[in-house]
Design a protein around this ligand. Structure first.
Ligand code: NAP
Ligand code: MG
Length: 483
Protein backbone atom coordinates (compact mmCIF):
# COMPACT_ATOMS: atom_id res chain seq x y z
CA UNK A 1 0.00 0.00 0.00
CA UNK A 2 0.90 3.68 -0.11
CA UNK A 3 4.10 4.91 1.47
CA UNK A 4 3.89 8.03 3.60
CA UNK A 5 0.71 9.03 1.86
CA UNK A 6 -2.64 9.52 3.43
CA UNK A 7 -3.02 13.26 3.69
CA UNK A 8 -5.71 14.75 1.47
CA UNK A 9 -5.91 18.53 1.63
CA UNK A 10 -7.53 21.16 -0.57
CA UNK A 11 -8.28 18.66 -3.32
CA UNK A 12 -4.93 16.84 -3.56
CA UNK A 13 -3.01 13.97 -1.98
CA UNK A 14 0.10 14.89 -0.07
CA UNK A 15 2.87 13.23 1.86
CA UNK A 16 2.98 13.75 5.61
CA UNK A 17 5.71 15.54 7.53
CA UNK A 18 6.50 12.13 9.03
CA UNK A 19 5.13 8.59 8.72
CA UNK A 20 3.99 5.70 10.90
CA UNK A 21 4.21 1.99 10.19
CA UNK A 22 1.02 -0.04 10.28
CA UNK A 23 0.97 -3.82 10.82
CA UNK A 24 -1.72 -6.47 10.69
CA UNK A 25 -2.73 -7.43 14.28
CA UNK A 26 -3.43 -11.00 13.05
CA UNK A 27 0.07 -11.33 11.61
CA UNK A 28 2.77 -8.94 12.73
CA UNK A 29 5.01 -9.89 9.79
CA UNK A 30 2.42 -8.35 7.45
CA UNK A 31 3.26 -4.66 6.99
CA UNK A 32 0.21 -2.87 5.61
CA UNK A 33 2.15 0.29 4.84
CA UNK A 34 3.69 3.51 6.04
CA UNK A 35 1.25 6.32 6.47
CA UNK A 36 1.73 10.07 6.53
CA UNK A 37 1.19 12.32 9.50
CA UNK A 38 -0.12 15.79 8.79
CA UNK A 39 1.91 18.78 9.95
CA UNK A 40 0.47 22.00 11.45
CA UNK A 41 0.67 23.88 8.13
CA UNK A 42 -1.15 21.11 6.31
CA UNK A 43 -3.90 21.23 8.90
CA UNK A 44 -4.23 25.00 8.55
CA UNK A 45 -4.40 24.69 4.78
CA UNK A 46 -7.10 22.04 5.07
CA UNK A 47 -9.18 24.28 7.34
CA UNK A 48 -8.84 27.28 5.03
CA UNK A 49 -9.74 25.24 1.96
CA UNK A 50 -12.74 23.78 3.79
CA UNK A 51 -14.05 27.26 4.58
CA UNK A 52 -14.04 28.26 0.91
CA UNK A 53 -15.38 24.95 -0.42
CA UNK A 54 -18.26 24.87 2.05
CA UNK A 55 -19.88 27.94 0.54
CA UNK A 56 -19.66 26.51 -2.99
CA UNK A 57 -21.06 23.18 -1.83
CA UNK A 58 -24.04 24.79 -0.07
CA UNK A 59 -24.86 26.86 -3.15
CA UNK A 60 -24.65 23.74 -5.36
CA UNK A 61 -28.01 22.67 -3.96
CA UNK A 62 -29.73 19.54 -2.79
CA UNK A 63 -29.84 17.57 -6.05
CA UNK A 64 -26.08 17.80 -6.37
CA UNK A 65 -25.54 16.79 -2.77
CA UNK A 66 -27.98 13.92 -3.15
CA UNK A 67 -26.23 12.60 -6.25
CA UNK A 68 -22.74 12.79 -4.77
CA UNK A 69 -23.76 10.99 -1.58
CA UNK A 70 -25.65 8.35 -3.54
CA UNK A 71 -22.57 7.65 -5.68
CA UNK A 72 -20.34 7.33 -2.60
CA UNK A 73 -22.81 4.97 -0.92
CA UNK A 74 -23.23 2.80 -4.00
CA UNK A 75 -19.49 2.47 -4.50
CA UNK A 76 -18.94 1.51 -0.85
CA UNK A 77 -21.60 -1.19 -1.10
CA UNK A 78 -20.31 -2.48 -4.45
CA UNK A 79 -16.74 -2.66 -3.12
CA UNK A 80 -17.57 -3.87 0.40
CA UNK A 81 -15.75 -7.21 -0.10
CA UNK A 82 -12.51 -5.56 -1.23
CA UNK A 83 -12.46 -2.71 1.27
CA UNK A 84 -13.83 -4.97 4.01
CA UNK A 85 -10.82 -7.23 3.56
CA UNK A 86 -8.44 -4.28 3.96
CA UNK A 87 -10.37 -3.18 7.07
CA UNK A 88 -10.19 -6.66 8.61
CA UNK A 89 -6.51 -6.95 7.80
CA UNK A 90 -5.85 -3.63 9.48
CA UNK A 91 -8.26 -3.70 12.44
CA UNK A 92 -8.55 -7.43 13.09
CA UNK A 93 -12.30 -8.06 12.95
CA UNK A 94 -13.36 -11.23 11.10
CA UNK A 95 -13.79 -10.83 7.35
CA UNK A 96 -17.57 -11.08 7.41
CA UNK A 97 -17.73 -8.24 9.96
CA UNK A 98 -15.28 -6.14 7.94
CA UNK A 99 -17.34 -6.53 4.77
CA UNK A 100 -20.56 -5.91 6.67
CA UNK A 101 -19.13 -2.73 8.13
CA UNK A 102 -18.19 -1.29 4.73
CA UNK A 103 -21.61 -2.21 3.32
CA UNK A 104 -23.23 -0.47 6.28
CA UNK A 105 -21.07 2.61 5.67
CA UNK A 106 -22.52 2.69 2.15
CA UNK A 107 -26.03 2.59 3.60
CA UNK A 108 -25.27 5.67 5.71
CA UNK A 109 -24.42 7.57 2.55
CA UNK A 110 -27.47 6.46 0.56
CA UNK A 111 -29.72 7.19 3.56
CA UNK A 112 -28.32 10.71 3.97
CA UNK A 113 -28.42 11.24 0.20
CA UNK A 114 -32.20 11.12 0.57
CA UNK A 115 -32.12 13.17 3.77
CA UNK A 116 -30.40 15.96 1.82
CA UNK A 117 -33.69 16.31 -0.07
CA UNK A 118 -35.75 16.43 3.12
CA UNK A 119 -34.18 19.38 4.89
CA UNK A 120 -37.52 21.01 5.44
CA UNK A 121 -38.15 24.10 7.52
CA UNK A 122 -41.22 25.58 9.23
CA UNK A 123 -43.55 28.44 8.47
CA UNK A 124 -45.18 30.36 11.30
CA UNK A 125 -47.60 33.21 11.75
CA UNK A 126 -46.18 36.17 13.56
CA UNK A 127 -47.88 37.46 16.68
CA UNK A 128 -47.48 40.84 14.96
CA UNK A 129 -49.80 41.27 12.00
CA UNK A 130 -48.12 41.88 8.63
CA UNK A 131 -45.05 39.79 9.38
CA UNK A 132 -44.21 36.32 8.07
CA UNK A 133 -41.82 33.96 9.79
CA UNK A 134 -39.87 31.05 8.42
CA UNK A 135 -37.48 28.75 10.20
CA UNK A 136 -34.78 27.16 8.06
CA UNK A 137 -31.81 24.93 8.62
CA UNK A 138 -28.43 26.10 7.35
CA UNK A 139 -25.10 24.26 7.47
CA UNK A 140 -22.98 24.77 10.59
CA UNK A 141 -19.92 25.28 8.36
CA UNK A 142 -16.62 23.45 8.82
CA UNK A 143 -17.03 20.23 10.78
CA UNK A 144 -14.10 18.49 12.49
CA UNK A 145 -14.54 14.74 12.74
CA UNK A 146 -12.41 12.67 15.12
CA UNK A 147 -13.05 8.92 15.00
CA UNK A 148 -11.77 5.73 16.68
CA UNK A 149 -10.25 2.57 15.19
CA UNK A 150 -12.88 -0.01 16.16
CA UNK A 151 -15.29 0.89 13.34
CA UNK A 152 -12.79 2.64 11.09
CA UNK A 153 -15.19 3.02 8.15
CA UNK A 154 -18.73 2.95 9.59
CA UNK A 155 -18.20 5.50 12.39
CA UNK A 156 -16.67 8.18 10.16
CA UNK A 157 -19.30 7.39 7.51
CA UNK A 158 -22.18 8.14 9.87
CA UNK A 159 -20.60 11.50 10.63
CA UNK A 160 -19.31 12.43 7.15
CA UNK A 161 -22.56 11.53 5.36
CA UNK A 162 -24.86 13.91 7.29
CA UNK A 163 -22.15 16.59 7.38
CA UNK A 164 -21.95 16.62 3.57
CA UNK A 165 -25.68 16.03 3.04
CA UNK A 166 -26.54 19.19 4.95
CA UNK A 167 -23.99 21.37 3.16
CA UNK A 168 -20.95 21.34 5.45
CA UNK A 169 -17.25 20.87 4.73
CA UNK A 170 -15.29 18.20 6.61
CA UNK A 171 -11.83 17.92 8.12
CA UNK A 172 -11.41 14.34 9.29
CA UNK A 173 -8.81 13.05 11.78
CA UNK A 174 -9.11 9.23 11.74
CA UNK A 175 -7.51 6.94 14.33
CA UNK A 176 -3.83 6.36 13.66
CA UNK A 177 -4.39 2.65 14.20
CA UNK A 178 -6.43 2.37 11.00
CA UNK A 179 -5.00 4.73 8.36
CA UNK A 180 -5.48 2.41 5.36
CA UNK A 181 -9.24 2.18 5.93
CA UNK A 182 -9.36 5.98 6.19
CA UNK A 183 -7.57 6.34 2.85
CA UNK A 184 -9.91 3.82 1.17
CA UNK A 185 -12.98 5.78 2.31
CA UNK A 186 -11.39 9.10 1.35
CA UNK A 187 -10.52 7.87 -2.16
CA UNK A 188 -14.17 7.12 -2.83
CA UNK A 189 -15.41 10.44 -1.46
CA UNK A 190 -12.90 12.65 -3.27
CA UNK A 191 -13.35 10.89 -6.61
CA UNK A 192 -16.72 12.65 -6.81
CA UNK A 193 -17.30 16.00 -8.42
CA UNK A 194 -16.96 18.08 -5.25
CA UNK A 195 -15.24 21.42 -4.64
CA UNK A 196 -11.53 21.15 -3.77
CA UNK A 197 -11.24 21.39 0.00
CA UNK A 198 -14.74 20.18 0.80
CA UNK A 199 -13.36 16.97 2.24
CA UNK A 200 -9.96 16.75 3.94
CA UNK A 201 -8.16 13.82 5.53
CA UNK A 202 -5.59 14.93 8.11
CA UNK A 203 -4.06 11.75 9.48
CA UNK A 204 -1.90 11.86 12.58
CA UNK A 205 -2.00 11.18 16.27
CA UNK A 206 -4.75 12.50 18.50
CA UNK A 207 -2.34 14.29 20.78
CA UNK A 208 -0.82 16.15 17.85
CA UNK A 209 -3.15 16.61 14.86
CA UNK A 210 -6.32 15.84 16.82
CA UNK A 211 -5.59 18.34 19.56
CA UNK A 212 -4.71 21.11 17.07
CA UNK A 213 -7.82 20.40 15.06
CA UNK A 214 -10.26 20.57 17.92
CA UNK A 215 -8.63 23.70 19.32
CA UNK A 216 -8.75 25.53 16.00
CA UNK A 217 -10.83 28.69 15.78
CA UNK A 218 -11.62 27.68 12.18
CA UNK A 219 -13.77 24.75 13.30
CA UNK A 220 -17.51 25.37 13.73
CA UNK A 221 -18.51 21.97 15.08
CA UNK A 222 -16.75 18.86 16.41
CA UNK A 223 -18.11 15.33 16.19
CA UNK A 224 -16.08 12.86 18.25
CA UNK A 225 -16.30 9.17 19.02
CA UNK A 226 -13.77 7.68 21.41
CA UNK A 227 -12.88 7.42 25.07
CA UNK A 228 -14.39 9.42 27.93
CA UNK A 229 -11.04 10.93 28.91
CA UNK A 230 -10.39 12.37 25.46
CA UNK A 231 -14.05 13.37 25.12
CA UNK A 232 -13.86 15.34 28.34
CA UNK A 233 -10.84 17.31 27.16
CA UNK A 234 -12.46 17.98 23.78
CA UNK A 235 -15.61 19.23 25.49
CA UNK A 236 -13.59 21.68 27.61
CA UNK A 237 -11.75 22.99 24.56
CA UNK A 238 -15.03 23.30 22.65
CA UNK A 239 -16.76 25.23 25.41
CA UNK A 240 -13.87 27.70 25.60
CA UNK A 241 -14.44 28.54 21.95
CA UNK A 242 -18.23 28.03 22.06
CA UNK A 243 -17.85 25.40 19.34
CA UNK A 244 -20.78 23.06 18.80
CA UNK A 245 -19.87 19.57 20.00
CA UNK A 246 -21.25 16.06 19.84
CA UNK A 247 -19.58 13.09 21.48
CA UNK A 248 -20.07 9.34 21.71
CA UNK A 249 -17.86 7.73 24.33
CA UNK A 250 -17.57 4.81 26.68
CA UNK A 251 -20.01 2.26 28.04
CA UNK A 252 -20.54 -0.59 30.46
CA UNK A 253 -23.61 -2.10 28.84
CA UNK A 254 -25.74 -4.40 30.99
CA UNK A 255 -27.76 -7.33 29.74
CA UNK A 256 -30.42 -8.76 32.08
CA UNK A 257 -31.05 -12.49 31.81
CA UNK A 258 -34.34 -13.22 33.53
CA UNK A 259 -35.59 -16.54 34.89
CA UNK A 260 -38.31 -16.63 32.21
CA UNK A 261 -35.87 -16.17 29.30
CA UNK A 262 -35.26 -18.64 26.51
CA UNK A 263 -31.93 -19.84 27.86
CA UNK A 264 -30.36 -20.93 24.56
CA UNK A 265 -31.22 -17.63 22.95
CA UNK A 266 -29.94 -15.74 26.00
CA UNK A 267 -26.59 -17.55 25.84
CA UNK A 268 -26.27 -16.97 22.08
CA UNK A 269 -27.13 -13.26 22.35
CA UNK A 270 -24.91 -12.73 25.40
CA UNK A 271 -21.88 -14.40 23.76
CA UNK A 272 -22.48 -12.46 20.55
CA UNK A 273 -22.84 -9.14 22.35
CA UNK A 274 -19.88 -9.72 24.65
CA UNK A 275 -17.35 -11.09 22.17
CA UNK A 276 -18.36 -9.88 18.71
CA UNK A 277 -15.67 -7.62 17.29
CA UNK A 278 -13.36 -9.08 20.00
CA UNK A 279 -15.43 -7.16 22.58
CA UNK A 280 -14.10 -3.91 21.12
CA UNK A 281 -17.51 -2.36 20.56
CA UNK A 282 -19.03 0.49 22.49
CA UNK A 283 -22.25 -1.56 22.42
CA UNK A 284 -20.65 -4.73 23.84
CA UNK A 285 -22.42 -6.46 26.76
CA UNK A 286 -19.92 -6.32 29.61
CA UNK A 287 -22.24 -6.87 32.60
CA UNK A 288 -24.49 -9.93 32.40
CA UNK A 289 -26.96 -9.59 35.24
CA UNK A 290 -28.51 -12.99 35.75
CA UNK A 291 -31.52 -14.05 37.81
CA UNK A 292 -30.40 -16.43 40.57
CA UNK A 293 -32.96 -19.07 39.59
CA UNK A 294 -31.26 -19.75 36.24
CA UNK A 295 -27.82 -18.41 37.15
CA UNK A 296 -25.89 -21.69 37.29
CA UNK A 297 -27.47 -23.13 34.15
CA UNK A 298 -26.83 -19.91 32.22
CA UNK A 299 -23.21 -19.61 33.37
CA UNK A 300 -22.56 -23.23 32.52
CA UNK A 301 -23.83 -22.81 28.98
CA UNK A 302 -22.15 -19.46 28.49
CA UNK A 303 -18.76 -20.91 29.40
CA UNK A 304 -19.31 -23.78 26.95
CA UNK A 305 -20.29 -21.35 24.19
CA UNK A 306 -17.35 -19.07 24.97
CA UNK A 307 -14.69 -21.78 24.98
CA UNK A 308 -16.09 -23.08 21.67
CA UNK A 309 -15.48 -19.73 19.93
CA UNK A 310 -12.75 -19.96 17.30
CA UNK A 311 -10.12 -17.26 17.85
CA UNK A 312 -7.76 -16.69 14.94
CA UNK A 313 -6.52 -14.69 11.97
CA UNK A 314 -9.17 -12.20 10.92
CA UNK A 315 -8.93 -13.19 7.25
CA UNK A 316 -9.32 -16.92 7.95
CA UNK A 317 -12.88 -17.90 6.98
CA UNK A 318 -13.24 -20.07 10.11
CA UNK A 319 -12.47 -17.30 12.56
CA UNK A 320 -15.22 -16.03 14.86
CA UNK A 321 -13.05 -13.80 17.07
CA UNK A 322 -10.12 -11.91 15.63
CA UNK A 323 -7.13 -10.50 17.50
CA UNK A 324 -7.19 -7.55 19.85
CA UNK A 325 -6.20 -4.39 17.97
CA UNK A 326 -2.76 -3.73 19.49
CA UNK A 327 -0.14 -4.88 21.95
CA UNK A 328 -1.02 -2.09 24.41
CA UNK A 329 -4.73 -2.97 24.23
CA UNK A 330 -3.88 -6.64 24.85
CA UNK A 331 -1.69 -5.73 27.84
CA UNK A 332 -4.49 -3.56 29.26
CA UNK A 333 -6.94 -6.46 28.82
CA UNK A 334 -4.64 -8.91 30.62
CA UNK A 335 -4.24 -6.36 33.39
CA UNK A 336 -8.03 -6.16 33.75
CA UNK A 337 -8.15 -9.95 34.06
CA UNK A 338 -5.65 -9.69 36.89
CA UNK A 339 -7.54 -6.85 38.54
CA UNK A 340 -10.76 -8.90 38.41
CA UNK A 341 -9.09 -11.88 40.04
CA UNK A 342 -7.52 -9.72 42.75
CA UNK A 343 -10.95 -8.27 43.49
CA UNK A 344 -12.26 -11.79 44.07
CA UNK A 345 -14.07 -12.43 40.80
CA UNK A 346 -13.90 -16.00 39.59
CA UNK A 347 -12.36 -16.44 36.12
CA UNK A 348 -14.29 -19.32 34.55
CA UNK A 349 -12.56 -19.37 31.17
CA UNK A 350 -10.13 -17.49 28.92
CA UNK A 351 -8.36 -14.31 29.87
CA UNK A 352 -4.93 -15.30 28.54
CA UNK A 353 -2.90 -14.71 25.40
CA UNK A 354 -3.19 -17.36 22.69
CA UNK A 355 -0.55 -18.68 20.30
CA UNK A 356 -1.59 -19.03 16.69
CA UNK A 357 0.35 -19.98 13.50
CA UNK A 358 0.95 -16.27 12.88
CA UNK A 359 2.20 -13.91 15.56
CA UNK A 360 -0.65 -11.63 16.61
CA UNK A 361 -2.58 -10.19 19.55
CA UNK A 362 -4.85 -13.16 20.15
CA UNK A 363 -6.69 -13.48 23.45
CA UNK A 364 -9.02 -16.19 24.77
CA UNK A 365 -12.42 -14.62 25.53
CA UNK A 366 -12.98 -14.44 29.28
CA UNK A 367 -16.00 -14.96 31.51
CA UNK A 368 -15.95 -13.78 35.13
CA UNK A 369 -18.55 -15.02 37.64
CA UNK A 370 -19.27 -14.15 41.28
CA UNK A 371 -18.67 -10.51 40.55
CA UNK A 372 -20.14 -7.47 42.28
CA UNK A 373 -21.20 -4.34 40.50
CA UNK A 374 -18.78 -2.25 42.56
CA UNK A 375 -15.73 -4.13 41.26
CA UNK A 376 -13.50 -2.23 38.86
CA UNK A 377 -14.18 -4.78 36.12
CA UNK A 378 -17.84 -3.77 36.34
CA UNK A 379 -17.21 -0.02 36.58
CA UNK A 380 -14.48 0.65 34.01
CA UNK A 381 -14.81 0.19 30.31
CA UNK A 382 -12.37 -2.50 29.18
CA UNK A 383 -13.03 -2.64 25.44
CA UNK A 384 -11.94 -6.28 25.62
CA UNK A 385 -13.23 -9.83 25.10
CA UNK A 386 -14.08 -9.98 28.81
CA UNK A 387 -17.55 -10.18 30.31
CA UNK A 388 -18.78 -10.41 33.92
CA UNK A 389 -21.73 -12.22 35.40
CA UNK A 390 -23.51 -10.57 38.34
CA UNK A 391 -26.15 -12.59 40.20
CA UNK A 392 -29.43 -10.86 41.07
CA UNK A 393 -32.26 -12.12 43.29
CA UNK A 394 -35.04 -10.45 41.31
CA UNK A 395 -35.86 -8.35 38.27
CA UNK A 396 -36.00 -5.21 40.42
CA UNK A 397 -32.55 -5.86 41.82
CA UNK A 398 -31.20 -6.60 38.34
CA UNK A 399 -32.58 -3.31 37.02
CA UNK A 400 -31.10 -1.38 39.94
CA UNK A 401 -27.70 -2.93 39.28
CA UNK A 402 -28.00 -2.19 35.56
CA UNK A 403 -28.75 1.47 36.27
CA UNK A 404 -25.90 1.77 38.78
CA UNK A 405 -23.25 2.96 36.30
CA UNK A 406 -21.84 6.26 35.09
CA UNK A 407 -22.59 5.06 31.55
CA UNK A 408 -25.85 4.54 29.67
CA UNK A 409 -25.32 3.62 26.03
CA UNK A 410 -27.14 0.34 25.31
CA UNK A 411 -28.88 -2.14 27.61
CA UNK A 412 -30.67 -5.41 26.99
CA UNK A 413 -33.13 -7.76 28.65
CA UNK A 414 -33.83 -11.40 27.87
CA UNK A 415 -37.32 -12.27 29.10
CA UNK A 416 -40.60 -13.79 27.93
CA UNK A 417 -42.60 -11.43 30.14
CA UNK A 418 -44.20 -8.51 28.35
CA UNK A 419 -44.63 -6.72 31.66
CA UNK A 420 -40.91 -6.94 32.47
CA UNK A 421 -39.90 -6.00 28.94
CA UNK A 422 -42.15 -2.93 29.05
CA UNK A 423 -41.00 -1.92 32.49
CA UNK A 424 -37.37 -2.26 31.40
CA UNK A 425 -37.94 -0.14 28.29
CA UNK A 426 -39.34 2.65 30.41
CA UNK A 427 -36.99 2.47 33.41
CA UNK A 428 -33.58 1.59 32.02
CA UNK A 429 -31.41 4.69 31.87
CA UNK A 430 -29.78 4.16 28.47
CA UNK A 431 -29.89 5.63 25.00
CA UNK A 432 -30.79 2.32 23.34
CA UNK A 433 -32.67 -0.58 24.95
CA UNK A 434 -32.90 -4.04 23.41
CA UNK A 435 -35.55 -6.63 24.23
CA UNK A 436 -34.60 -10.23 23.45
CA UNK A 437 -31.73 -8.98 21.30
CA UNK A 438 -27.99 -8.50 21.85
CA UNK A 439 -26.87 -5.07 23.16
CA UNK A 440 -24.81 -4.66 19.97
CA UNK A 441 -26.36 -4.31 16.54
CA UNK A 442 -28.15 -1.11 15.57
CA UNK A 443 -29.86 0.27 12.46
CA UNK A 444 -28.69 3.17 10.31
CA UNK A 445 -31.90 5.22 9.99
CA UNK A 446 -32.71 5.85 13.67
CA UNK A 447 -30.85 7.77 16.37
CA UNK A 448 -27.88 6.28 18.18
CA UNK A 449 -26.38 7.55 21.41
CA UNK A 450 -26.42 7.26 25.16
CA UNK A 451 -26.84 8.96 28.51
CA UNK A 452 -24.50 9.82 31.36
CA UNK A 453 -20.82 9.63 30.43
CA UNK A 454 -21.63 7.72 27.25
CA UNK A 455 -22.72 10.67 25.14
CA UNK A 456 -22.77 14.43 25.10
CA UNK A 457 -24.62 16.77 22.77
CA UNK A 458 -27.20 16.06 20.06
CA UNK A 459 -27.83 12.51 18.88
CA UNK A 460 -26.21 10.98 15.82
CA UNK A 461 -27.96 9.22 12.93
CA UNK A 462 -31.45 9.20 11.49
CA UNK A 463 -33.35 12.42 11.10
CA UNK A 464 -32.00 13.55 14.49
CA UNK A 465 -28.58 14.07 12.88
CA UNK A 466 -29.81 17.35 11.37
CA UNK A 467 -29.82 18.86 14.86
CA UNK A 468 -26.05 18.78 15.03
CA UNK A 469 -25.08 19.29 11.39
CA UNK A 470 -27.31 22.30 10.81
CA UNK A 471 -27.98 25.57 12.52
CA UNK A 472 -31.52 26.92 12.71
CA UNK A 473 -32.29 30.41 11.43
CA UNK A 474 -35.55 32.23 12.14
CA UNK A 475 -36.42 34.83 9.49
CA UNK A 476 -39.00 37.63 10.05
CA UNK A 477 -40.24 39.28 6.87
CA UNK A 478 -42.47 42.34 6.77
CA UNK A 479 -45.14 41.50 4.23
CA UNK A 480 -47.12 44.75 4.32
CA UNK A 481 -49.85 46.28 6.44
CA UNK A 482 -52.93 44.01 6.59
CA UNK A 483 -55.65 45.56 4.38
P1 NAP B 1 -9.52 7.53 22.00
O1 NAP B 1 -8.16 7.31 22.49
O2 NAP B 1 -10.39 8.48 22.71
O3 NAP B 1 -9.36 7.96 20.46
C1 NAP B 1 -10.44 8.32 19.65
C2 NAP B 1 -9.95 9.31 18.63
O4 NAP B 1 -9.54 10.51 19.28
C3 NAP B 1 -8.71 8.84 17.85
O5 NAP B 1 -8.78 9.33 16.54
C4 NAP B 1 -7.59 9.49 18.61
O6 NAP B 1 -6.41 9.62 17.84
C5 NAP B 1 -8.21 10.82 18.93
N1 NAP B 1 -7.59 11.54 20.03
C6 NAP B 1 -6.86 11.05 21.07
N2 NAP B 1 -6.46 12.06 21.86
C7 NAP B 1 -6.92 13.22 21.34
C8 NAP B 1 -6.84 14.58 21.70
N3 NAP B 1 -6.19 14.97 22.80
N4 NAP B 1 -7.45 15.50 20.93
C9 NAP B 1 -8.12 15.13 19.83
N5 NAP B 1 -8.23 13.85 19.42
C10 NAP B 1 -7.65 12.89 20.17
O7 NAP B 1 -10.32 6.19 21.89
P2 NAP B 1 -9.76 4.80 21.40
O8 NAP B 1 -9.06 4.20 22.54
O9 NAP B 1 -9.02 4.95 20.13
O10 NAP B 1 -11.13 4.07 21.05
C11 NAP B 1 -11.84 3.31 21.96
C12 NAP B 1 -12.86 4.14 22.70
O11 NAP B 1 -13.86 4.62 21.82
C13 NAP B 1 -13.60 3.36 23.74
O12 NAP B 1 -13.60 4.08 24.95
C14 NAP B 1 -15.01 3.22 23.20
O13 NAP B 1 -16.03 3.13 24.12
C15 NAP B 1 -15.15 4.42 22.39
N6 NAP B 1 -16.15 4.23 21.34
C16 NAP B 1 -17.40 4.78 21.53
C17 NAP B 1 -18.39 4.61 20.60
C18 NAP B 1 -19.75 5.22 20.79
O14 NAP B 1 -20.45 5.42 19.82
N7 NAP B 1 -20.14 5.55 21.99
C19 NAP B 1 -18.13 3.88 19.45
C20 NAP B 1 -16.85 3.32 19.28
C21 NAP B 1 -15.87 3.52 20.24
P3 NAP B 1 -5.28 8.46 17.81
O15 NAP B 1 -5.85 7.21 18.34
O16 NAP B 1 -4.90 8.40 16.38
O17 NAP B 1 -4.16 8.98 18.66
MG1 MG C 1 -6.31 5.83 22.02
Amino acid sequence: MTTNNGIFIAGRWEKGVSAIENRNPSDLSDVIGHFGQAGPEQLNEALAAARTAQKIWWRAGIQKRHDVLMAIGNELMARSAEIGELLSREEGKPLAEGKGEVYRAGQFFTYFAAEALRLHGDLAESVRPGIEIDVRREPVGVVAIVSPWNFPVATPAWKIAPALAFGNAVVWKPANMTPASAIALTEIIVRQDIPAGLFNLVSGSGRDVGQRLIESAEVDAISFTGSVAVGRSIASAAVTRMTKVQMEMGSKNPMLIMDDADLDLAVAHAANAAFGGTGQKCTAASRLIVHERIHDAFVDRLVKATTALRVGHALDGDTQIGPVVSESQLQANLEHVEIGQKEGAELLCGGHRLERPTEGYFMAPAVFANTRNDMRINREEMFAPITSVIKAASYDEALAIANDSEFGLTAGIMTSSLARASHFRCNMRAGCVMVNLPTAGTDYHVPFGGRGSSSFGPREQGKYAAEFYTSVKTAYVFSGEPS
